[in-house]
Write a protein that binds this ligand. Structure first.
Ligand SMILES: Cc1cc2nc3c(=O)[nH]c(=O)nc-3n(C[C@H](O)[C@H](O)[C@H](O)COP(=O)(O)OP(=O)(O)OC[C@H]3O[C@@H](n4cnc5c(N)ncnc54)[C@H](O)[C@@H]3O)c2cc1C
Length: 548
């Protein structure tokens, strides 16, 4: 969907457009923010490098974790949801952010239902609820069985279309325009043919999603290349918790799989499926009190351990035995179709599964109001690090985060504009960056998967650092692919720096050489920014942000 932007002028070879708020990204965070900003009377332009519905959002399966009034297990409450989130986050969540987002959740879900989202009903006429890893109650609502993200995205796109929200598709944001005082006043963009343009606005919201494409196998679609994070770092913003990349315990295994792998939602285990190894022995027995529904970091690490200690050498997958799950095809139509495509019938056969890169717990440091440390730059959704996820995201908390913080950011922008806090975009200049270090994507993904997945160590991370340094060449950012590769390169360097420094295992960061959690030294997040020469540097540990 591209509605004409009234003041969008093509001035070959450079074009320019203006708005009050540029929203980069059309997933749950971006579209929620844009719709709320439009309600508040702002002139909004959504920019997305793909088609409007493309992004992580539409692939989300399991659901939205939320405790709704009158629709919850006995004894469940938002405070228990907060508690579960803090436990999963392994000591690095920001409790105030967790409380603020989760308490606002029911209102956001109710808004989404008001604009047309249809969640699955249960037998009682109330919404059906399931359980996922780390949740102590059945509080995950879902749509289309296992197609929650598709329903969320469908609803938001339909609302945007109905309200004629301007969306510029297949335009990739490259870099921020900065004023002499360092405020953001727009972005540079390449159109689908690589023609550069300028988009000016006093406020830019990064809602650019995750970075799963850093790895060979991921649940994330092709767009997840960390662009917004790289743009924010280059604009002077800080990032944190980058070492915590959540690996989903169960994507569908096919030999030699690369790129986006179909997810087998955790809700399948919520409905009784169990993880077993090649010999049929339980993977999770004795590992955690929640068994197969332990938090994701625990399950992914247990699967990885079982694969690397397989009797006949290293295995590259285990199995999910879902033969006891009733009405599998109706309850999980997306997973069922993916299994059938590789000749597996979940009613009869164990499903081959393996962990894969899934979710960035860290990102651009932002408040729950979307504000970053850079005037005019905001971040919401997966690209942002609000402190909700800490060292490990609790399942199904991220769609909710996008809804809540997307709307909240629009309100912050409106308030900042009204208070005259933002820069005049006319003062913003094109960034000097004409070239950027770019590593070969294939090599980068292979090296990241080998040395920076689950079970990292100092030697491997050092090798990875050298691989990135040696294989990187400065390249002009003339194509969409160059922009993405430059982002992957910078984000990989930042992630490796953070992972090398954190000499402990916590949440999604599993170090083979430091297997124990070390609260005394490491119960804190690490801040990263770019040095004047463009290298990711970690803040002094003493000055790093504390996490309660
Ligand atoms: C398979 C899968 C299953 C999941 N299941 C669940 C679940 O059950 N529950 C849950 O809560 N979460 C789930 N998640 C996570 C959740 O879907 C995401 O965290 C969330 O949707 C992210 O939303 P977002 O708006 O931040 O980004 P996205 O939806 O990823 O959107 C990013 C947008 O940014 C655009 N973009 C990126 N870079 C640029 C650029 N340089 N210029 C312009 N545009 C750009 C993209 O085109 C896209 O429009 C799942 C994720 C996956 C992949």
């Amino acid at each position: 969907m591209t509605t004409p932007v009234t003041d969008y002028q093509t001035k070959t070879p450079v074009w320019e457009a203006r708005a009050d708020l540029l929203v980069l990204g059309s997933g749950v965070a971006g579209l929620t923010a844009a719709l709320r900003a439009q309600e508040l009377g702002l002139r909004v332009l959504v920019v997305t490098k793909a088609a409007v519905g493309d992004g992580n959002t539409r692939w989300a399966q399991g659901g939205v974790a939320v405790v709704l009034d009158g629709e919850h297990d006995e004894g469940d409450s938002v405070d228990r949801h907060v508690e579960d989130t803090l436990v999963a986050g392994a000591g690095l969540c920001e409790p105030d952010a967790v409380r603020s987002i989760l308490h606002a959740g029911p209102r956001s879900v109710s808004w989404l239902r008001d604009v047309g989202a249809r969640f699955d009903p249960g037998a009682t006429g109330l919404l059906a609820r399931t359980r996922e890893g780390g949740h102590s109650a059945f509080r995950v609502i879902h749509a289309g069985g296992d197609a929650t993200g598709a329903e969320v995205e469908r609803t938001l796109v339909a609302e945007a279309t109905g309200r004629r929200l301007p969306v510029l598709e297949r335009h990739i944001a490259v870099d921020a325009l900065l004023t002499p005082l360092g405020a953001v006043g727009g972005v540079t963009v390449l159109d689908p043919n690589g023609v550069p343009g300028l988009l000016r606005a006093p406020a830019v919201l990064l809602a650019t999603g995750g970075l799963g494409q850093l790895y060979q196998a991921t649940s994330n679609p092709e767009i997840a290349t960390g662009d917004g994070l790289a743009l924010a770092l280059r604009a002077g913003a800080q990032a944190a918790d980058l070492e915590f990349v959540q690996f989903h315990p169960t994507v569908l295994y096919t030999p030699g799989a690369r790129g986006r792998c179909p997810l087998v939602t955790e809700a399948v285990r919520g409905e009784g499926a169990v993880l077993v190894d090649g010999a049929g022995a339980s993977v999770m027995r004795g590992v955690h009190p929640l068994g197969d529904l332990a938090p994701r970091d625990v399950v992914s690490a247990a699967i990885t351990r079982r694969m690397t200690t397989a009797p006949g050498g290293i295995d590259d997958h285990v199995f999910l035995d879902a033969t006891g799950v009733s009405s599998f095809a109706e309850r999980f139509p997306t997973v069922f179709a993916a299994c059938r495509a590789i000749g597996v019938d979940p009613a009869r056969d164990p499903i081959p599964v393996t962990p894969a890169a899934h979710f960035a717990c860290g990102g651009v440091v932002a408040g729950t109001d979307g504000r970053t440390g850079v005037t005019g730059l905001y971040a919401a959704g997966e690209v942002a690090r609000t402190g909700l996820h800490g060292a490990n995201r609790l399942a199904s908390n991220s769609l909710l985060e996008g809804l809540v913080t997307g709307a909240g950011t629009a309100e912050s922008v409106a308030a900042d504009l009204a208070a005259g806090l933002l820069a005049d975009p006319k003062q913003a200049r094109e960034p000097r960056l004409k070239t950027a270090p770019v590593a070969d994507r294939d090599g980068l993904q292979r090296a990241m998967s080998r040395y920076a997945a689950i079970g990292r160590d100092a030697d491997g991370l050092a090798v990875l650092g050298s691989v990135l340094d040696l294989s990187t060449q400065d390249r002009p950012l003339r194509t969409h692919r160059d922009v993405e590769d430059a982002a992957l390169t910078l984000v990989a360097q930042a992630l490796v720096a953070a992972a090398e420094r954190r000499t402990e295992s916590r949440g999604c960061h599993v170090r083979a050489d430091f297997p124990v959690r070390d609260d005394e030294t490491w119960q804190r997040s690490q801040l990263i920014r770019l040095s004047p020469s463009g290298q990711p540097v970690l803040a002094d540990p003493v000055a790093a942000m504390g996490a309660a």
